[in-house]
Design a protein around this ligand. Sequence first.
Ligand code: NAP
Length: 531
Amino acid sequence: MPYVITQNCCKDASCVPVCPVDCIRPNRDSAGTEMLYIDPGTCIDCGACQEVCPVDAIYSADQLPQPLAPFAGLNAAYFDAHPLRPADPPVPPARRTSHPSTLRVAIVGAGPAGCYAATELLGVRNIEIELFDRLPTPFGLIRAGVAPDHQATKNVVRVFDRGLADPRLHCHFNVEIGTRITHADLLAHHHAVIYAVGASAGRKLGIGGEPLPGHHSAADFVSWYNGHPDAADIEVNTSHLRAVITGNGNVALDIARMLLLDPDRLAVTDIADHALDTLSRSMIREVVVLARRGPRDAAFSVGEFLALGDLDGVDIQLVGADDLTGRPGDDVETAAKLDLARSYAARSILPGNKRLVLRFHTEPVELLGPDRVRALRVRETGAAGGGDEIPAGLVISAIGYRGRPVEGLGFDDERGIVPNDRGKVVDAPGAYVTGWIKRGPRGVIGTNRICAAETVAALLSDFDAGLLDREISDRQALGELLTDRGITEIGWPGWLSIDAAERARGAQVSRPRRKFVTVDSLLGSALSRST
Ligand code: NAP
């Protein structure tokens, strides 16, 4: 039986080069699809792709778990629309340099973008990498963004384990760049600096009532349930029957599931203790997800939309979805979303169940208080006038993320990115960017692999051309600088110590881990052994 790629696909394309019959697509520029697909007519069932998939998204067709069964049809449909033909080879790793010196690179941000950049650079023989993160923990959004019920996605960190323990790479966690250590400091100690700092701010709706208690950005809410130290103290009100989420991207669906899932399902994940406690006592019975456009333009991916259909005790109701008919020329994923929407619309709604309302063609107008959020006023997108009110005690804006300015570099305020040319920062010699701060908040974890390859290629080309040649201080001097500035840094062994302690705490209650959620407790755990 052929193999099938399913919901968790991270698009990092580890599977593509190992396929002996080259039947996984798209293989070079996967920006145009939400996931990768295997051609069932060409697959020879060798299982090589399954072995290397970092997120366990690939199954033999005869072993597909029932909820993932529709992915067999989706993989096949992709190749009906795009018959397999010889394709460009995957993006070659940019790993060669003819320069005689050892290249010293600082990477700022140890999330997926920074980790893929480090992995790419480790292909260079003479390399020294210093990897910084402002938190005592690595992995950025893999730890603090991926929803707790998507544990398999978090396994992507296995791809980085060997690289981060490589003796040519040194981790400096709990070190914030831009405050006590500046961009100029990094340039004095490295040939190049790669910023992989993501897009950590939530975008603003720009409507009245946004500052009211009870309204949160998705950036804050997701950080809260994932135990990010910045969000551990947020108060989340779950004492009302209804919550509203504006925006219908994958983050909105993640949040909707967190609010609707049975607490027993959350209790077997690595969700933060405080969030598990709050959500276990939740009164919320209905979550409304508001989209300003129609179902064919929905921002969620077909895989995540499909998974909604299997939430125990949760009915899906579509409101304002008047345009569910497919059109000639619809791409495979749009057609699949419309098919699914029609099937959800045909399901019956049971009175005792919780409800996920997907409301389309509706825009938020104003959050209503007075002292805290009591309702959201909405109207048909583009209509004049006041519209209607949706009573709710909790409103979350999941309308996308935004990068923050980086000390020492220019900033494109409109796009929320550092201006760059294929990763090379404009007007800032020696500075490079990768991930969301380079291209904006789009794409899944594995998208960062190709993004990092492009940035590293630009960096190596500059190094070879002599553009990065200058006197720099060595890593001993960097260590002295960190000590002089009074910084308590956590190295890779310190993270391993945190990791082991969190897993041990989790094992006691049959959970994958119980996270430490304050910087002090993380430092205490890291420093209790070695750093
Ligand atoms: P997103 O996919 O860009 O979705 C943003 C949503 O907000 C869209 O529905 C957008 O509507 C809406 N929106 C924007 N401005 C608005 C406004 N002023 N008023 C009302 N609605 C507004 O962003 P995201 O959900 O934050 O996801 C970010 C990236 O992470 C995406 O690439 C996503 O696929 C990825 N991600 C993936 C997963 C997964 O694979 N499981 C999980 C989480 C995140 P319009 O479409 O009309 O602009």
